[in-house]
Design a binder for this molecule. Structure first.
Ligand SMILES: [Zn+2]
Ligand SMILES: [Zn+2]
Length: 196
């Protein structure tokens, strides 16, 4: 919640403020975001206008997430810009009379609660818009091996041999030939002729 009391309601009044706030829960998307409780630096510019207070600002915070290709943790710096109009509740009554039936616009209208406004929904939208939808550890991240899940960045020559190791084993068996028996070789005897 931010206070607009010092700003006053005189149109044209301007106030800048910087604030460090702890990040709310679930600030981000599944693969990347601002961890809960991490410091978010806010630079805000509040401007008093006829209907309410126009808030323009920037949010900075560290991001943590993981690479969508190789699942390695990664860190980034978030810079999100936003601008939002917070209307005075009574100003809305007037505009409702002016153009009744503009439902879509009315749903988007945020209101001041007394002198306060809640920045959280605006911050949430701005952060999600500023996040990379497919964060990668580096642009040319090769990801994981489809076969075994190894990180290809750590092992660029990684490959799987096409030849199955079982075939090599069979090859070895075929080469081990058995020795035949050699005892049946006929012996040639010299025939003694006894001639006297
Ligand atoms: Zn990666
Ligand atoms: Zn592999």
């Amino acid at each position: 919640m931010f206070d607009t009391r010092e700003l006053g309601r005189r149109p044209g009044a301007l106030k800048r403020l910087s604030r460090s706030v702890p990040a709310p829960k679930d600030l981000g998307i599944e693969v990347i975001g601002v961890r809960e409780g991490v410091t978010v630096e806010l630079d805000l510019r509040l401007e008093s206008v006829m209907e309410g207070v126009l808030v323009t600002g920037t949010a900075r915070a560290p991001l943590t997430g993981e690479c969508v290709r190789c699942l390695e943790p990664l860190e980034r710096e978030l810079g999100a810009d936003f601008q939002e109009m917070y209307s005075y509740p009574d100003a809305d009554d007037r505009s409702r009379h002016a153009d009744a039936g503009d439902d879509a616009e009315e749903e988007d209208t945020l209101f001041l609660e007394g002198d306060l406004f809640d920045l959280e929904p605006v911050l949430r939208d701005a952060v999600v818009l500023a996040l990379p939808l497919q964060p990668v550890c580096r642009e040319d991240c090769p990801g994981l091996c489809a076969e075994c899940g190894a990180r290809l960045a750590e092992d660029p020559d990684h490959h799987h041999d096409a030849v199955d190791i079982r075939w090599a084993a069979l090859q070895g068996l075929a080469e081990a030939t058995s020795d035949g028996e050699k005892d049946n070789a006929p012996r040639s005897r010299g025939v003694d002729s006894q001639e006297k």
